[in-house]
Write a protein that binds this ligand. Structure first.
Ligand code: ATP
Ligand code: MG
Length: 350
């Protein structure tokens, strides 16, 4: 075979397998230092800014790279090269359909809730659970940390969880109970939960800004921030602090969505509510952070207690594609569970 023939063969292979070209890029730009224009000094600065991986750089903006001091044009080239690896570009609408198949879903543990949200929590978007004290937000978060480790066929993502805890409410005992209940080995499950307590809102932001490498190395498929707003709320007090608070929250949420997209993970935040006088309904409960949080969360779910006992009500409040709906579930020693038909009936008649 002549040399030209070999080359033609390679060309042929490429058109038959477009993935090969993609794979080559992935191999070529494995580390940020492999990207064109990233020398030792630049890579050091990028790392101090929290860009440890090609994936997180792909989601950066040239403005975010300003502190690196490489100039806009070069920053653009670096981001462009990083993007070529994960393939974030214009795509045809029929391919969009394929891309949306990349979106994976994680079970909540309740079939009723899963059904209400079209099969479970989506990767690449943020789901916000908000509600009053004791409504079950942290319980749901704990359950998701266990469920994410399940095989795909059982509604899991065969991955690990990253838990950013701002109120020190994460409890290993709960994880152990929930893991046992669904037949997972507790000692294995706890190994796949990476935990970080955030002491201040700045620390909370810092943790996410530097999470990319941990996410990649540990195959993290679920990122939790519980609670998103508690530090912000207690640190930024008063009217004049509202604008800076919202600005910081906005930045934080954007970091989270960028990570969720770059690594195809589920992202969950929890949020408390405050009573606000409402013209029509007296005191209505509103999530903290208002529209900033609302516009970045793709799906907002309001949790509240039923009159008494373990039953909770989950309501889809806003979603780009789901109708408003309500479903019940319960929080028990086993974790998040469905309310059985018998229980529903006995409630009605009792
Ligand atoms: N081991 C358990 N067995 C049964 N129910 C439990 C157990 N642990 C917690 N719960 C239930 O979960 C509730 C606490 O819910 P959770 O901690 O998720 O509230 P939250 O919405 O996160 O509240 P906050 O706003 O204070 O963070 C308890 O009041 C209890 O009803
Ligand atoms: Mg909580």
């Amino acid at each position: 075979m002549s040399e030209t023939n070999v080359e033609e063969n390679v060309e042929e292979q490429k058109t038959e397998h477009p993935d090969i070209e993609q794979e080559e890029k992935e191999n070529k730009y494995k580390f940020i230092e492999d990207l064109p224009g990233v020398g030792p000094a630049t890579s050091k600065k990028l790392r101090t800014l929290g860009y440890h991986t090609v994936e997180s750089l792909a989601m950066a903006t040239t403005r975010e790279l300003e502190p690196v001091g490489v100039g806009e044009k070069k920053a653009f080239a670096i981001i462009g090269a990083a993007r070529s690896v994960i393939g974030v570009n214009f795509i045809r609408a029929d391919e969009l359909l394929k891309k949306s198949q990349d979106v994976l879903r994680l079970t909540t543990g309740s079939k009723a809730i899963d059904k209400m949200i079209a099969g479970g929590l989506e990767t690449q978007t943020i789901t916000e659970f908000y509600g009053e004290y004791g409504s079950g937000k942290s319980q749901v978060c704990h359950q998701l940390c266990v469920n994410v480790q399940l095989p795909i066929e059982q509604g899991g993502l065969e991955g690990a969880a990253l838990y950013v805890d701002t109120e020190n409410t994460f409890r290993l005992e709960r994880i152990v109970q929930m893991a046992k209940h669904i037949g997972l080995e507790p000692e294995e499950v706890v190994k796949k939960i990476i935990y970080a307590e955030a002491y201040t809102s700045d620390h909370q932001m810092f943790l996410l800004e530097n999470a990319d490498e941990i996410i990649k190395e540990n195959n993290i498929k679920l990122i939790i921030v519980d609670s998103l707003t508690s530090h912000f709320r207690s640190e930024y007090v008063g009217r004049e602090m509202l604008a800076p608070r919202q600005q910081r929250l906005n930045k934080h949420m954007h970091k989270l969505i960028a990570l969720a997209r770059a690594f195809n993970t589920v992202a969950v935040v929890t949020n408390q509510v405050m009573a606000k006088p409402d013209v029509f309904f007296g005191n209505a409960l509103h999530p903290i952070g208002g529209n900033i949080v609302g516009h970045t969360s793709n799906t907002r779910i309001f949790l509240r207690r039923a009159s008494r006992g373990p039953v909770r009500i989950a309501r889809v409040v806003s979603s780009p594609y789901l109708p408003e709906a309500e479903e019940i579930f319960k929080v028990t020693e086993n974790g998040i569970e469905d309310v059985s038909e018998e229980e529903k009936l006995s409630k009605k008649h009792g």
